[in-house]
Design a protein around this ligand. Structure first.
Ligand code: ATP
Ligand code: MG
Length: 286
């Protein structure tokens, strides 16, 4: 017991790179881990444990790790009692019902009395129960999408991104059963002596996530257009206005949600904004 905050992340898979990237943007100095089971950060009391994603919920629940990063789907599928403390906005995916291409299903009642193959029985059963549907759930550990052509099931329920795997198996997307993203989880038996470390850890993550979703916008406008600009820009705070050598012009700087840029750029141009620049922000503390 070294008193370090123990964080479990996926060893090798879809969440591994993004989890490490997040930790690095938070300023934790973690060496490339290659095949090691765990690594300590050089500049923070943090140990990173590398595990199969299926094991993370239990390890955190049992307190082997204090916190973990895992897909929300895995957390629920494993029936874990670990607590979600933050959604991390990566690893987004959808668990969907896939049906044969030629079937037109618009009413969820069409799932009644059908066989649905899945590797996510708990999530599927929750969904069916919430919608009062009675289907037979067939649990398969992998390659679920071939079940209908083998005659094992009528439909499938699987994680879908592009839908190409479905198409290849003459299936198509239907209802969405669950929307997932990576989440930061905490043990319910979390050691209070580590609360301060966890607060610092969380503050860094908050700052990085906030910065990732924001951009720094700069432009020049005529001074008389300032009021218009303030109406257009969905700024977190009031924009910074800097006088320029040319007296009737000002430079306006503002932090905006990144998805807003393409929505407002036309309006900005129409009121005569020039030299519009959008910059990434590394960290943001409000
Ligand atoms: P492990 O070897 O650790 O058990 P795995 O093969 O079970 O890995 P991955 O395929 O690496 O798991 O997926 C990890 C998580 O990534 C999923 O549980 C899900 O939350 C998320 N995810 C994001 N996009 C996708 C996708 N297109 N397909 C599957 N999972 C995805
Ligand atoms: Mg797994």
């Amino acid at each position: 017991m070294n008193g370090n905050l123990k964080l479990a992340i996926q060893k090798k898979g879809r969440l591994s790179d993004k989890s490490l990237e997040l930790l690095k943007s938070c300023g934790f100095d973690i060496e490339n881990y290659s095949e090691r089971l765990f690594i300590s950060a050089n500049n923070f009391k943090l140990d990173v444990l590398f595990l199969r994603d299926d094991d993370i919920p239990e390890y955190v629940q049992d307190g082997v790790a204090d916190i973990g990063i895992v897909g929300e789907n895995v957390l629920i599928e494993r029936g874990s009692k670990a607590e979600i403390i933050k959604k991390l906005s990566f690893g987004k995916c959808k668990l969907m019902i896939g049906v044969p291409e030629e079937e037109d299903i618009s009413d969820i009642k069409a799932l009644n009395n059908k066989k649905i193959a899945t590797s996510h029985p708990r999530l599927l059963n929750n969904y069916l129960k919430n919608n009062s549907i009675n289907s037979k759930v067939i649990e398969i550990s992998g390659s679920v999408e071939i079940a209908p052509s083998l005659g094992v099931a009528d439909y499938i329920c699987d994680i879908v991104s592009t839908g190409n795997t479905l198409k290849f198996n003459k299936l198509k997307k239907s209802f969405t059963v669950f929307e997932s993203e990576a989440v930061l989880i905490k043990s319910r038996t979390f050691n209070p002596a580590k609360q301060d470390l966890l607060d610092q850890f969380k503050a860094r993550i908050d700052s990085v996530l906030l910065a990732k979703n924001s951009k720094y916008l700069m432009m020049n406008v005529e001074r008389k257009a300032l009021e218009e600009i303030q109406r257009i820009i969905p700024s977190l705070k009031s924009p910074t206005v800097v006088p320029l050598a040319e007296e009737n012009l000002v430079a306006v700087h503002a932090v905006i949600p990144k998805e807003k840029f393409w929505l407002i750029v036309g309006e900005l141009k129409s009121i005569g904004a020039t030299g519009i620049i959008l910059l990434p922000i590394e960290n943001m503390i409000l």
